[in-house]
Design a protein around this ligand. Structure first.
Ligand SMILES: [Zn+2]
Length: 370
């Protein structure tokens, strides 16, 4: 039976083709922010390249330019788009305009927005929590996505019965779907001990590999796979939620947990219903806001941040924080295009933690690194 759900590579192509078509209709310059489907397609291509240990693209702009070539000539496109399209040997853009191939694929699904469902579901959940003035519910809702990429049916039901999550049950039900049986190995689903995501068989290496890009993927618990019993079937977060919430959220939680252990520091997650990622209140009354960014392109991020700066709430200083692996070059590239605002800075993760200690030393002379 043909699958009603598009394969991963087909979905990437729908998004890419739709994004390129929307981009061609944009007449403002620069064309930032990019159309959402294009950004999504590029995220998928980037993650896929990392997953396949292929050279990843550096920016959305680079991918757009690559689309003027035959996809088979660009390794990250060759591994991210359907083989049937690669075989045609035709580019998606010609003279800056979508080719027929591109237009055809952008029309395959009338409503590509249905694939951006996680954005709609999340803003609905946020709105619900805001109306009930329940910040804790929003925190709990977001944490579930980060800490539990896979849940047994009974654990899911139990979560949906907790006080804070009960009103958000509909949103959770959209995000968590039965794990496709094809991901079972010896009739069991294997979970990653490090991040709780699913381990999936890599057919070339005949080894189980964590679904999260870059995760070493240690063997953890297993769950029985029984396709005959729908009610017992474990649930897995849909890919869009994993990519936009779970993976960046891990760094947010890591920083939150590290800061929470430092005496003299109070830290809250996604305050004011997600105005920023973290708010730090020092015992001298100083407030810092932190926005953790996981963009591949520092330039695109800088331009995006110029259009949509960290909202001014009650903070004294605000920070963009990038993971250490992004290196100082990434930070310099960001600064080169960023219209820096007063009291806002960008730091790598460990630089930021050092800055916290520096501030503590200003009013707690005995503050030590922990
Ligand atoms: Zn993992």
């Amino acid at each position: 039976m043909a699958s009603p759900v598009p394969h991963d590579n087909e979905l990437t192509l729908y998004l890419l083709a739709t994004g390129l078509s929307l981009l061609a209709k944009t007449d403002r310059s620069p064309k930032i922010p990019y159309p959402a489907p294009l950004q999504r397609a590029c995220n998928r291509i980037l993650l896929n390249a990392i997953r396949c240990q292929s050279e990843p693209p550096n920016s959305v702009a680079e991918i757009v330019i690559a689309c003027t070539q035959e996809p088979k000539r660009v390794p990250y496109l060759a591994i991210s788009l359907p083989e049937s399209v690669i075989g045609l040997g035709l580019p998606l853009l010609e003279n800056g305009l979508p080719t027929q191939l591109c237009r055809e694929w952008s029309h395959v699904h009338a409503d590509v927005e249905q694939y951006l469902v996680e954005e709609r579901v999340f803003s609905e959940a946020r709105e619900l929590c805001r109306k009930r003035n329940d910040q804790q519910a929003y925190i709990d809702y977001r944490r579930v996505h980060i800490e539990h990429p896979v849940l047994t049916r009974s654990a899911f039901i139990k979560l949906c019965e907790t006080r804070t999550l009960r009103p958000l049950k509909d949103c959770l039900e959209i995000a968590y779907q039965p794990i496709p049986y094809g991901h079972a190995y010896n009739d069991e689903y294997h979970l990653c001990k490090t991040c709780g995501n699913l381990l999936i068989l890599n057919y070339t290496e005949q080894a189980l590999q964590c679904r999260r890009p870059g995760c070493a993927g240690e063997q953890g618990d297993t769950l029985p796979a029984d396709p005959g019993d729908e009610r017992r079937h474990p649930l897995w977060l849909q890919t869009g939620f994993l990519e936009s919430i779970t993976y960046p959220g891990l760094l947010e939680l890591q920083l939150h947990n590290e800061l929470a252990q430092i005496p003299g520091v109070e830290v809250s997650l996604w305050p004011l219903f997600d105005a920023v990622d973290l708010q730090i209140t020092f015992s001298d009354g100083t407030i810092w806001a932190v926005d953790i960014k996981e963009w591949g392109s520092a330039t695109a991020l800088a331009l995006r941040s110029n259009n949509s700066p960290i909202p001014q709430t009650n903070w004294h200083r605000a920070f963009y924080v990038f993971r250490d692996e992004r290196t100082i070059n990434y930070r310099n590239e960001f600064y080169a295009r960023w219209n820096r605002r007063p009291n806002v800075e960008a730091y790598l993760y460990s630089q930021f933690l050092a800055e916290v200690q520096n501030h503590l030393k200003g009013f707690q002379p005995d503050a030590k690194h922990r």
